[in-house]
Design a protein around this ligand. Structure first.
Ligand SMILES: [Zn+2]
Length: 169
């Protein structure tokens, strides 16, 4: 006959149907191993039921909070180290970039770009000049400009009021 250790917990809790319960009891009468296991299970259950369900002590709560805080802080420290490493890598890359720029074959494209820029006519076309002038004139009439002028005026007025008070002290 098979051992009944997988049914002992249900047997102890009274959850087995009567036929299975009879089988377990028959086996327990013949098998010292399963009897010992049932005794151990019964004792464990009794100990667990006697444990007081009280609130954790202040010392225990303090330790619990400390352990939670240290667990939360640890990834932050790791992230700070990671960012420090990244900035170190960025500094190395910047240094390498400077060294590359100082080399002649890299500065050559920059010179060619400058020559392209210098080939653009210095004087703007007529339509460009008109467009810039239109933009300048329309700028004075925008609500943003009016608001800015109002703020400057009110600030100046405030300062004008504040200065005599400052002098009197
Ligand atoms: Zn057994």
């Amino acid at each position: 006959m098979e051992h009944v250790s997988n049914r002992l917990s249900a047997y102890l809790d009274g959850q087995l149907p009567s036929d299975l319960r009879a089988q377990v009891e028959t086996h327990l009468a013949e098998c010292p191993d399963c009897s010992r296991e049932l005794t151990a299970l019964r004792q464990t259950s009794a100990v667990l039921q006697q444990l007081p369900l009280t609130a954790p002590s202040p010392v225990l709560l303090e330790r619990l909070h400390a352990s939670i805080e240290s667990a939360v802080r640890r990834p932050v420290i790791a992230m700070e180290r990671f960012i420090g490493l990244l900035s170190g890598i960025a500094a190395c890359l910047a240094l390498v970039g400077c060294l590359l720029l100082m080399q002649p074959h890299v500065t050559a494209p920059i010179v060619s770009t400058a020559s392209v820029i210098s080939s653009v006519p210095a004087a703007p076309a007529v339509w460009e000049r008109d467009a810039v002038q239109l933009a300048d004139e329309s700028l004075d009439n925008t609500p943003e400009t009016a608001m800015g002028q109002w703020m400057i005026a009110s600030l100046s007025a405030h300062n004008a009021v504040a200065i005599p008070g400052g002098k009197s002290q």
